[in-house]
Write a protein that binds this ligand. Sequence first.
Ligand code: ADP
Length: 603
Amino acid sequence: MLALLAGWSLIGTRIDDYAYDLLLSFNPPPAHSSACAIVAIDETTLNDEGGPRAYRAILAKGLEAIAAGKPAVVAIDMVLADAGDPREDERLGEALRVTHNLVLPAAFVDDGHVRGWENPLPQFARFAAAIGNVRADEESHDGVTRSIALEKTFAHQRHWALALDAFRLAKGVRYIVESPREIQVGAETIPLARVGDHRSLRIRYTAAQIPKLSLESILRDPGLVNQFRNKAVFLGVTATNDRVVTPYGQRISGVEAHAQLFETLESGQFLRDASDLEILGWCVLIAALAVAIFAYTSGWRAYVLGALLLLFAHASPVIAFQHNVVFPYSAPFAVAWLCVSAAASYQHFFVRRQLVKSEGDRQRYQQAIRFVTHEMKTPLTAIQGSSELIGRYNLTEDKRKQMASMINAESKRLARMIQTFLDVEKLSEGEIELKREVFPISGIVDNCLLRIGPGAEAKNIAIHVGEIAAVSLTGDRELMEYAVYNLLTNAVKYSPPGTEVLVAAVTHGDRLHVSVRDQGMGMDEKELHSIFRKFYRTRRAESSGESGTGIGLSIVEQIVAHHHGRVEVTSEVGKGSCFTIVAPFAVTPVGPQSSPPTAKIEK
Ligand code: ADP
């Protein structure tokens, strides 16, 4: 939208016009022999024939001479609106009368005071086959005449353009048939839609000049008029009148501009302006392509495709022009550059962010692997040593039993470690199947307390149990127990001896809040944001000497999420933390019930 607006701005329009002028000069209409000729009342004619004041006499003489050449049409670009010398007017009238297919001009004046048509005097007008509008200089912001209005209406009086009337008469057609979309002149169709009250046709200026003769040379050598046979002759003043600027930067007279318009009509090569809808559609397509390129491809492929799109957007007005459609240059240009660069930078930063994230994940994963392999070494060394001893020496029965049970215990520890790792992977892949059972929260808390008891005692940490609501949860009991147990082990692990841990399960509305509060090392804001990431451990935890993998909480979070709940944490460095599992509970209140402790998943 921004790019489209830029295209409609003054700068955008200027660029469009400049591009149009270039395209026009690179794509001239195919050369054909001119169907018209210009007879110029130039400086020499005026000097030789008595100056500008004698222009009616000059005109009369000229017409008489031209008539001998039997042209198809004679169009005059000199307004005959004011009364002149009666004798001169009479002679002029006579010359007009004998001119076949005469087109006289009507000029539209608008100088602030007077606004209206300047029509030829009735005594002249009655000999005209048509009266056409001669306003040729377009009011463009840079003064260049790129098109001429084919019709102009003022005060209920409408005139076609002088060249259009001349074209009609040259074709021997009586009437111009019009519709909002086109103009029909006999068998010829001009596909030019009316925009508002305007119908301007772009002139395809010919590369070669239209044959131009000075009237003075015709008067001197009347034989020259033979080349006018069956052509349209445009007669006008060129001496002081060079006011029309062409897209090629040349200055030409009004009469030459009319002759050029006539040639455009004759060639049938009409330029059509692309509609706003076409422009909008094209720009949307370019934008969509830019987005698609950077959404579906990346790296050098995306950049190559992006560059091709830019090239295509630049080339589109050129291709359109070759099909006689004038497409603006700045809008697709701006859209392509804006969208390609926006999509490319978005992709660049997005990919970079992803890269940084995955790099972090990889590092943490490596650390955890290092830790786990290190941890695995301890039981493996024990197993190796014991089995070697059993094999090599004759041990007492007692000793052997002791060693065997040690091997058993250590291999179980190893198996548990491996199981935990596998569980993490399965949970994150969504492969663990959740059971659906209803179980009381009190049972879970009891089991966890049983399991944590020895560890807490060894560290001289007192565990207090607050209110435990008599409600049940729905879901996988084993996993939920794992979650609560995990919070408890962390509370004990990351608290100094002599502190307390408080466990409670209370209901708030339709949610159960199971909280574990400790008086341990705590965490700061930044750490709180990361603790649920896989393999993340705070620096404080690392240096505390307590071992860990940094995956427990990520599993807890996933388990709780599977139960449609969430984990909330509050913490203060050095003061302690409070982890709360908030989950929906089943309404049925349950009585005290004890269930056998399970220890399938252990940290
Ligand atoms: P682990 O305990 O194996 O390192 P967890 O995923 O259980 O992994 O915990 C992640 C990190 O969160 C811990 O390493 C620790 O830094 C921090 N943490 C968890 N619980 C507590 C707690 N109660 N007090 C302080 N820090 C904690």
